[in-house]
Write a new protein. Structure first.
Length: 171
């Protein structure tokens, strides 16, 4: 994680967007999320800070504005969970993740927070699935849940699913 700090020493983000300006309340959406241009700039800043290559999910998002939370979260959680990451970088991760999750979970799974207040990944629920097709079960996990924990949840549900499904079909 030492490479994170070395990368962060560079002051410019190369996207012509001042991140402090982007996070001002008037530059947020009506739901309090960062606008797409700012979200892309944040992704670019996180890529630069973490030293990720141009093939990373965050780098692709910075370039295109496209990417699912499933694809992006492993990279941004690596930064978020790094104890050496400075608080401003963790805040950028929270803003970025909150916006990506809000775009996917459009039915409103977010706690009410004052407009412009930095989101908390622990209090945001992200809907994911434990399987596919008829065997899929939707689960909501805190947005800062490590990918490995979600994998274990999926594995455990797959082991339990056949017996549970079998019992419910007989009833």
């Amino acid at each position: 994680m030492e490479r994170f700090r070395a990368r962060h020493e560079q002051p410019e983000n190369g996207h012509g967007v001042d991140l402090d300006e982007a996070l001002r309340p008037e530059n947020l959406t009506g739901d309090g999320e960062v606008r797409v241009k700012a979200s892309r700039a944040i992704a670019a800043e996180l890529v630069r800070y973490a030293g990720l290559d141009e093939d990373s999910a965050l780098a692709r998002y910075a370039t295109t504005g496209r990417g699912s939370n499933e694809a992006l979260r492993e990279e941004y959680l690596l930064i978020h969970h790094d104890p050496s990451a400075p608080e401003p970088i963790r805040e950028l991760v929270a803003w970025f993740a909150s916006g990506v999750i809000a775009a996917e979970n459009t039915y409103g799974r977010f706690p009410n927070r004052p407009h412009g207040q930095t989101p908390s990944l622990r209090s945001i629920l992200w809907e994911t699935s434990t399987g596919e097709g008829e065997e899929a079960i939707a689960v909501n996990v805190p947005a800062d849940t490590p990918t490995e924990v979600i994998r274990r949840l999926r594995d455990a549900s797959h082991r339990c699913w056949p017996s549970w499904a079998h019992r419910s079909r007989r009833s």
